[in-house]
Design a protein around this ligand. Structure first.
Ligand SMILES: Cc1cc2nc3c(=O)[nH]c(=O)nc-3n(C[C@H](O)[C@H](O)[C@H](O)COP(=O)(O)OP(=O)(O)OC[C@H]3O[C@@H](n4cnc5c(N)ncnc54)[C@H](O)[C@@H]3O)c2cc1C
Length: 248
């Protein structure tokens, strides 16, 4: 992780009922690298009554170098909220926060025959960045799981990338995985990009690897959070899982 910067809220905009865009601005961003949209920074928090700091990864939705403005889209949690979500839900113009990064950006393979993007609302900012960047002639699918039907937002994308929005509910907890499994597979080799909750990620990884014979090198698959665990606990589980996956 690179140096730490202090950034200030310039604007808060409700993109949808469960997604808020916060625009930050700071002279400290003068040397923030361009072309990192879709990569991530870490928001830094101090634990009360201790010196421990906590970090929460968030996608760089957009960085405008000339204006020194950085956009981050925060999704809401249903139920238990952590430091970052609470902070974002109360954020107002002038509030300050520390960030570190940007972290190392994982490339997407633009030479694949087609794309398959899958994610929940935490992955929506990254998927939105990729859709804006991939060639206009790209084909493929996006399956996005949202919290409510009104969380559907307009995405700039190639004409032949089809988006399927699905709404998660208690009655339909596996809707993301089930929808992915029903998508008609296209000819040629896809590049698969997945980010979502940890257990969903494992199910999808099994599906892509075992049912569709997609190798590790033909996909980026990551958990962005884990139900019932905070980001520190999730990071430990994720590390352990990735060591086991790498040794497969
Ligand atoms: C590379 C990367 C990029 C990311 N980019 C974004 C982004 O652009 N926008 C975004 O909204 N999120 C993004 N995330 C996810 C975000 O970092 C996590 O959701 C994070 O845990 C939120 O921190 P918190 O302090 O609010 O909750 P934590 O303190 O980490 O967790 C508190 C509780 O909330 C639960 N929880 C955490 N996230 C969710 C969730 N999404 N839905 C329901 N319950 C949840 C946990 O299971 C836990 O019980 C990204 C994650 C990664 C790894």
């Amino acid at each position: 992780m690179k140096r730490i910067r202090n950034i200030k809220v310039k604007n808060v905009f409700q993109l949808s009922p469960n997604m808020k865009r916060i625009t930050f601005c700071s002279e400290d961003l003068y040397d923030f690298p361009e072309n990192e949209d879709g990569g991530y920074v870490k928001l830094l928090f101090k634990k009360k009554a201790s010196n421990d700091s906590l970090s929460r990864p968030y996608t760089i939705r957009s960085f405008r170098k000339k204006k020194l403005e950085l956009d981050i889209d925060f999704s809401n949690h249903i139920g238990n909220q952590g430091f970052a979500t609470k902070w974002a839900s109360h954020a107002k113009i002038g509030d300050e926060i520390l960030i570190s990064g940007p972290g190392l950006k994982k490339p997407i393979n633009e030479n694949s025959d087609w794309f398959f993007f899958v994610g929940d609302m935490t992955a929506l900012p990254a998927i939105a960045c990729f859709l804006e960047r991939i060639p206009k002639s790209s084909i493929g699918f996006v399956v996005l799981e949202i919290i409510s039907k009104d969380d559907k937002i307009k995405l700039v994308k190639p004409k032949n990338i089809k988006i399927k929005w699905v709404v998660k509910s208690k009655q339909n907890p596996s809707v993301l995985e089930n929808t992915v499994k029903k998508i008609n597979w296209l000819n040629g080799k896809p590049f698969v990009w997945v980010a979502c909750e940890f257990n969903q990620m494992q199910n999808l990884r099994n599906f892509f690897q075992k049912n569709k014979q997609i190798s590790k090198h033909e996909m980026y698959i990551s958990s962005y959070w884990k139900l019932g665990l905070d980001q520190e606990e999730h990071k430990l589980v994720k590390k352990d899982d990735s060591v086991r996956w790498d040794s497969n």
